[in-house]
Design a protein around this ligand. Structure first.
Ligand SMILES: O=C(O)CCC(=O)C(=O)O
Ligand SMILES: [Fe+2]
Length: 296
């Protein structure tokens, strides 16, 4: 493949080039991936929540930032971002082979206020404490709601710091991170194994972004999706989003309600009094068990 001119890619570029770049460098920036009308709506819907949400507490989140989740309820304009076909394709190729289905791990609005220091560098996958991960557990998409600049806290990221051939590669301590500058409406996509940090904000104004991350369907998600979107709320979402937030079984028999598909709770008739436990198995296991059963 011809070398890409820089880390900026347009949505017209085909996905295989994007995935190649993501796997090689651990990140890729897609310029202006969201429609301007979506950006405008997101700004309008997010602002009242930024005004009413108290500042974060803790050295990881950072005391001079504001964050909140549950974005499907707070800003419905986010729906097309979560199910963006471009991101879907990436998820299917990178996470898809390692699970029955991938899930929505988190939606989070992040505002880095003026004078905020740099966040501690980290890999988002470290929340799952398995030391040697043989494949990616998470894909992160950070949507720029404001322009991300060197001064206002654009994400710092260490290219090539992601897993290579099953090993975690740690950048040389002297390696400087790259600054993920991008115009509002763009998306920074990076792997869960890529080292990064929210930048220090030395500008006069804040920097706002939205994190949408996806993880393997058999992992505990960062945001508790069933509390964020209980059945009475989830019932009104499109099926694709109900699936993404986990109202379905992950084979074998994982994530059920009364050993049944949890989507049963989305019916308007409410909670059934009792249900038959029903296997959800991969076809090869199902076939083996059937054969053994019939030969008893
Ligand atoms: O806001 C940013 O630039 C990055 C935030 C981040 O990496 C995190 O909160 O995990
Ligand atoms: Fe992070």
């Amino acid at each position: 493949m011809a070398a890409l001119p820089n880390s900026l890619m347009s949505k017209a570029q085909d996905n295989s080039a994007l995935i190649e770049k993501l796997c090689k460098d651990g990140y890729v920036i897609c310029n202006n991936l969201m429609a301007q009308t979506t950006l405008k709506r997101l700004r309008t819907e997010l602002e009242p929540w930024f005004l009413q949400t108290p500042r974060c507490e803790g050295y990881f989140y950072g005391y001079q930032t504001t964050r909140f989740g549950r974005l499907l309820t707070k800003t419905p304009a986010i729906q097309p971002l979560i199910t963006h076909p471009f991101i879907k394709d990436l998820n299917e190729q990178i996470l898809g082979p390692h699970c029955d289905y991938y899930q929505l791990n988190l939606t989070q609005a992040v505002r880095i206020h003026a004078n905020a220091p740099q966040q501690p560098p980290h890999r988002d996958e470290d929340m799952w404490p398995t030391p040697h991960k043989a494949h990616e557990f998470l894909i992160n998409v950070l949507w720029a709601i404001d322009d991300f600049t060197a001064e206002n806290g654009a994400t710092r990221l260490w290219p090539g710091s992601h897993r290579q051939d099953g090993k975690l590669h740690d950048p040389d301590a002297s390696q400087m991170p790259e600054i993920m500058e991008m115009p509002a409406g763009s998306a920074l996509i990076f792997l869960g194994s890529t080292l990064h940090a929210g930048g220090a904000n030395i500008a006069r104004t804040h920097r706002t972004g939205i994190i949408v991350s996806y993880s393997l369907g058999w992992l505990k998600s960062y945001e508790n999706q069933f509390l964020a979107y209980p059945p009475d709320e989830a019932r009104h979402l499109p099926k694709e989003l109900q699936d993404l937030i986990g109202y379905r079984l992950h084979r074998p028999n994982l994530g059920g309600y009364e050993n049944h598909c949890p989507s049963v709770l989305l019916q308007s008739s409410g909670r059934p009094a009792s249900l038959p436990a029903r296997d959800a198995l991969p076809p090869e296991i199902e076939a083996l068990l059937k054969e053994a059963y019939e030969n008893v």
